[in-house]
Design a binder for this molecule. Sequence first.
Ligand code: GP9
Ligand code: MN
Length: 627
Amino acid sequence: MHRVKQIPLFIIAAILVGIKTYIVYRFYFDLSIESAFQEIILVVNAFAISMFIFSIAVWLKPKSQKRFIITTSIVLSVIIMANLMYYRNFTDFVTVPTLFQVNNAGDLGTSVVSLVYFSDLLLFLDVALIMTFMKLNTFKLEQFSSVFRRRIISVAMTAVVINLILAEIERPMLFQRGFDREYLVKNVGLPVFHGYDIVMTTSTQSKRLFADGSGIDEIDEYVNENVREKEAPVDLTGIAEDRNIIYIAVESMQTFLVDETLHGEEIIPFINEFKEDSYYFDNFYHQTGLGKTSDHEFLLDNSLYPLPNSAAFFTHAQNEYNSLPKIIKEELDYNSYVFHANNESFWNRNVMYDSLGYEEFFDVESYEFDESDEIGWGLNDKDFVDQTVDLIKDLDEPFYSKMITLTHHFPFEMPEEEATIDQFDSDSVTLNQYFQTARYTDEALEQFIDQLKEEGIYEDSIIIMMGDHYGISSYHNDAMAQFLGEDEITPYDEVKLQRVPMIVHIPGHEDTGTISTLSGQIDYKPTMLNMLGIENQNDIMFGNDLFSQDRKDFIAFRDGRIVGEDYIYASGNCYENSSGEIIEEAHCDTMREQAEQELNYSDEIIYGDLFRFYDFEQGEIADENES
Ligand code: GP9
Ligand code: MN
């Protein structure tokens, strides 16, 4: 007993709370733990964070220590309890913005009792034990020496740093990209997640707070002079009116696969054939940043650029947008739907889709499958398209829909029995496998088109397919050079590898062909609006109609690279676009200045949430400014 008494109470509290936290993460929430490494991170973060928080006690006098330990353990339990109740209702975690969303809280209000289980008593067991120990004076409460303080603080800091390193290994750039709240909680725990959320929300809100509508006139003027097409719209104006639009985001599909062969076989025979009967854009670039698929969605729906340091789907999901789904609802009364067999909270889609004006998101819950139907990240693309056709059948026509495939996702794993093309043979396992998943998705797309025909939906629809972003990063350049039969992949080649296929397929339309206009994802929204016959004189967009002759002549990426008709800027060099030769940097200056200005304007709109001040009907700052 005497020895036990030598142990400081805050250490016991840290251990108890650590154990409780681990048990709750593991068994109360339904977090997907897929590997032993994830399990280890979960244990480490439960104890590291608890240790870190309770170590503050070393600075306090015995009496305050007591108060601190008890208050902290109660607060941590309440945080866990609140999240657990929220999770049971929404399969998501509490964030600052959700606290301000009245309807969410309202939803919770009606069913609070049903969200509390008997087993939740365990959540407060640590508090009860700590109180008992205090009463019985079981553990030490004393003024600590400065040596002891330093020792404890360094242990606590080391534990947190180890946690962060492990999290970074498990999910590189976890904090910048956000991904999914579940990833954050799994890797760094609830307290750090809440701290992160508070910092992010505060910095977003403060930028928003100080913005007013004044900047938008200048942006409007810029768009008018440099982006808006001066010529009358082109031949496809209104061709999509009264038809369904079925947009398919083809995960990680890159243009270098098109018409390319491996072991003498076409890699994606269906897309190769389909594009012949479509408008195919072979000089079309993805422009995504950290937000990957979600950035591509952001570009497509808004014709604004994704953000430089974060995923806008995460950080700016509460903004006001003049998005494609909203416009087509207002102008044509089309409803917009998303089909994607992943969790609704991934990339914060559940929140962002509301802001963008989607009517419904058919997420993982809308699909029936078990583990045996999964490849890589989730439901295989063949079953995904099959079940999506069933869901689409029931929609009121005409509709706008977006489907997002998943099988051809990094790390491109394919069960051997499903593979219909042999792997490539290089030092990069990733590239070797890439062709197999690409082939699989190609087959799924073929099946989808056949099913649309069978169901009689095909004729009344326009089908668009686009690669969302690159799948093979520069890390695999050696293997890529081997595949392409080149000596090396230069920064110039790397830019060209950012091309993704873009196909506009209009059933019954004869005039098809390959279009090599320099273009990118920023151009999707104006193209769609024109095809739907919607005049968009006052909209603020940074892209042009793909079919227009009168287009801006560069495509800007978020990492400083720019592709122009004549020049390419990459890795600090200016290249001649046609030859790939490095030329004097000054050639790229004009294009660089304009791209920089345009990216800044787009960021200004998003950071300041400027569209809340703008009247898109009138094309001017709204009379009554809301805040
Ligand atoms: C996730 C899927 C893939 O739902 O869209 O996202 P990515 O990792 O490609 O951004
Ligand atoms: Mn993607």
